[in-house]
Every structure is written in C-alpha cells, then in structure tokens.
Ligand binder design. Structure first.
Ligand code: IPE
Ligand code: IPE
Ligand code: MG
Length: 233
C-alpha cells in the first residue's frame, strides 16, 4: 500500500528526531567489525531522511555523533569521521537544507570546512535536515548561556535560550525515535524535548525501514498531547 494514503502528515508532526542507535550490535551479530555497522547506518540514514522528507516531514534531526562518543576506540571514531567526510562529498538530496548542530571546533579543520560548504550549498532547501555531530545537549545549553552572558544579558528568558541553542529557528521535535532498544535520551535535545513524544524500538538502526518509520508515525498520531492542559472535548 502506498504509505502516503495511510496517514496524512499534518502540522502536528513537523519535526522528527532520530537517535540512530545499534550500528555496532548490528555488525557484531553478523561477525563483522563495528565500522561496517556504521557504514550501513549511513546508507539507512540517507534512505530514512529522504523518506521522511518525501512524506512531508519538514524538519528532521539525526544524532550522528555525541560529545561522549570520543570515548570510543580511536579506530572507530576515525571510521565514523571518514564516513561523514564521504557523506559530505555526495550531493545532498535536492530540497534539504542541511545544518550541522554541535561543537565543530573539535573536528578536523578540513571536515569542518566541508560542513560549512555543505551548509552553504544547501541553504535554500525547503526542508531542514539537522545533523547532530559532536553534539551534546548539556554542552549546547552551556554554550547558549555563555553566548547570552557575552552579549551582556542579565534577565534571561526561555526565548533567549531557544535563540541561543544550535536549533534556533527550528520547532521542538514533536517525535523522538530511538532505535536499538535502549530507553534513554543520551544527552540529546534535553531542552527541546520538553514535550516531545518518545518512541523506542528494538530495531537496530541499520535494519530501520520506511515501514518502521510508519509505525512510529502511527503511534505518534494515536497519542494525546496535552502540553499540561486538558484533552480537547
Ligand atoms: C550508534 O550506534 C552510532 C553512534 C553512536 C555513532 P552504536 O555505535 O552506538 O551501536 P551500538 O549501540 O553499540 O550497537
Ligand atoms: C547515542 O548513542 C548517540 C548517537 C546515536 C550518536 P550511544 O550508543 O552513544 O548511547 P549510549 O552510550 O548507549 O547511551
Ligand atoms: Mg549505541
């Protein structure tokens, strides 16, 4: 059945964020090195983000590498950075405006420059793809406060903080999907997730398909979002 006939995406679901977890386990189960799980993970990332855009999701955020992922063996970190570098060499999907969120100061300068060029090249895209790279939500919030302090702000409002986050201008995620079976947020969008619907699946990221996205979306539309109020009569 054609997916678009199942559920019409409307303004209730503008932004989906994915915690793309499970690449290492996917590879281990096949007796392959973790790096091959990341390679498959990038292919799936391209498919899933294109699918989400195609069905009408305006904003997608993906968690690609956390501020804590540097703790991994150097070989694994290098392979992830190399995959990112290769991703940046490919042309981005036609209508996606790609934005990298995170601290780019720790990245290899050549990679940081490619990121800048990709952002520049895609800036007129009609849909947004945020790639969280060397991203940590606590670091993002600290960075926001430091920006506000440097600007001489004394009475800080919620709006000031939103404007100083990497996600400035992007609505909060309506739905956060985590693959890989763990039931946690792992320092992702802590501020922005205040009223996000959370969806966890045991599916490992490299096994994620458009059908799994549909299931998450169906689940989202079955929920009642109250934002602290009462159900609408
Ligand atoms: C997610 O998959 C990708 C990154 C964190 C970079 P993992 O590499 O965490 O895979 P698992 O959780 O070990 O299976
Ligand atoms: C979260 O996955 C980060 C990304 C998906 C990039 P992790 O595998 O790093 O999370 P933990 O360590 O299991 O919480
Ligand atoms: Mg993991």
């Amino acid at each position: 059945m054609d997916r678009e006939k199942v559920i019409e995406i409307d303004d209730r679901l503008q932004h989906i964020a994915f915690i793309m977890d499970g690449n290492g386990r996917w590879a281990n189960r096949r007796g392959m090195p973790r790096e091959l799980g990341h390679k498959k993970g990038v292919e799936v990332f391209t498919d899933i983000t294109e699918y989400c855009h195609k069905i009408g999701i305006k904003y997608i955020t993906v968690y690609a590498f956390s501020t804590e992922n540097w703790k991994r063996p150097q070989k694994e970190v290098e392979s992830i950075m190399k995959l990112l570098d290769e991703y940046l060499d490919k042309s981005a999907s036609e209508d996606a405006c790609v934005r990298f969120i995170g601290d780019s100061s720790r990245l290899d300068p050549a990679l940081a420059e490619k990121i800048r060029l990709m952002e520049e090249k895609t800036r007129n895209g009609t849909r947004v793809l945020n790639v969280a790279l060397n991203y940590g939500s606590r670091a993002e919030i600290v960075n926001a406060f430091n920006k506000l302090a440097a600007a001489g702000k004394r009475e800080i409002t919620e709006q000031d903080i939103c404007s100083a986050l990497y996600t400035c201008g992007c609505p909060d995620p309506d739905l956060i999907v985590r693959t890989g079976g763990d039931l946690r947020i792992s320092n992702f969008l802590l501020w922005q997730a205040a009223y996000s619907e959370l969806y966890f699946t045991d599916t490992l990221w490299p096994d994620m398909t458009s059908k799994d996205v549909d299931l998450a979306i169906e689940d989202f539309y079955s929920r009642k979002r109250r934002f602290g109020g009462l159900d609408k009569k």
